[in-house]
Design a protein around this ligand. Structure first.
Ligand code: PLP
Length: 338
């Protein structure tokens, strides 16, 4: 599919590495696990939001924006990477932070929050969990306009049709890599949150006739709530591209067994996954997203969801900056966390 007619900025150099994980595969006892290192994308350190922001920032600059407004949780990778892009382009950036866990926002917290301040976020407005974030961002945009400036609202997680183009691009990059490596992948495991990554990938696979099943792992919702969001995102992305495909319901599959007790709150399977990948491959996952997503891959493997001989690709979407806000829990015994 032709992405070249969309305005785009470049924040990464070349495709992200695609590697086999021999020690992790041995420790797991199969399937054969591969990793695509989208945690090595640009914007210090990047992650899946980097791909979406290449297109969102292209749009923002085309519209003459001088200030980005976005939203997220207190330890938001998305906010941090959006701020990085703003700094690089010489724009200002403001956040609306949703305190999904009451009392969880602390001005002097470490991890992503520290980076917000280090990179000079212009302002942070904290609102209670469950607030209407679109409205709160609109209000922030009005304040910027009142200063005679031009705001651009980046939706939560960078997930809209424009952001989805970033994962259409990832699908095309992956297709090329697999062809060059002569590698056949049987399943791709991807996190499913604000759904731009999962939905964009579904759009990219359908549009490029890539027949590999995509296994989504929910980080905040069960399939009954998550799948419709992903379907909508995939359809919106294909529509923006002008591709005449209706996303079939069965193209969207997610699993909801690994995100509890709550978005961003640790569970034993997440801690085991973070420790296991760090101790077998020296690759860092994060506590909020990729730790739970890898816990899903491990859990599905143990349940026999994959064949032992399958090649399963884990999409590493980044997030390690948040590790520092969870140090003691991640060094502890997984079973000690209920
Ligand atoms: C945002 C994020 C996700 C989820 O991606 P969505 O596109 O929001 O579904 C996964 N992993 C990491 C590290 C993230 O920051």
């Amino acid at each position: 599919m032709d992405l070249s007619r969309f305005p785009r900025r470049r924040y990464s150099q070349g495709p992200t590495p695609l590697e086999f994980l021999p020690n992790f595969t041995r420790a797991l006892g199969g399937p054969r696990v591969w990793i695509k290192r989208d945690d090595m994308l640009g914007l210090n350190p990047g992650g899946n939001k980097t791909r979406k922001l290449e297109f969102l920032m292209g749009d923002a600059l085309a519209k003459g924006a001088d200030t980005l407004i976005t939203c997220g949780a207190p330890q938001s990778n998305h906010c941090r990477i959006t701020l990085s892009a703003a700094v690089k382009e010489g724009l200002k950036c403001r956040f609306v932070i949703e305190e999904r866990v009451p009392g969880s926002y602390k001005v002097d917290a470490t991890g992503n929050n520290f980076m917000y301040r280090l990179m000079g976020v212009e302002s942070i407005t904290v609102v209670p969990g469950g607030s209407n974030m679109a409205e709160a961002m609109q209000k922030a945009a009005d304040e910027v306009r009142a200063l005679g400036r031009t705001p651009y609202i980046v939706p939560g997680g960078g997930s809209n049709a424009i952001g989805g183009l970033g994962y259409v691009d990832c699908a095309q990059e992956l297709q090329q890599q697999l062809a060059e490596m002569g590698l056949g992948i049987d399943h791709v495991v991807v996190g499913s949150g604000s759904s731009g990554t999962h939905g964009g990938l579904v759009a990219g696979f359908l549009g490029n006739n890539i027949r590999i099943p995509i296994v989504g792992i929910g980080v905040s919702r069960d399939p009954s709530d998550q799948d419709p969001l992903v379907l909508k995102e995939a359809q919106a992305t294909l529509d923006l591209l002008g591709v005449d495909i209706k996303v079939p319901r069965e193209a969207v599959v997610s699993h909801g067994d690994w995100w509890r007790p709550k978005y961003s709150v640790p569970n034993p399977a997440m801690i085991e996954a973070v420790q296991m990948l760090a101790r077998t491959e020296a690759i860092l996952l994060d506590p909020v997203y990729t730790g739970k997503i890898m816990a899903g891959l491990i859990g599905l493997s143990r349940k026999g969801y994959f064949k032992p001989t399958d090649n399963v690709l884990f999409l590493h979407t980044g997030g390690a900056t948040a590790l520092h806000a969870y140090e003691s829990v991640l060094l502890g015994d997984p079973q000690a966390v209920a």
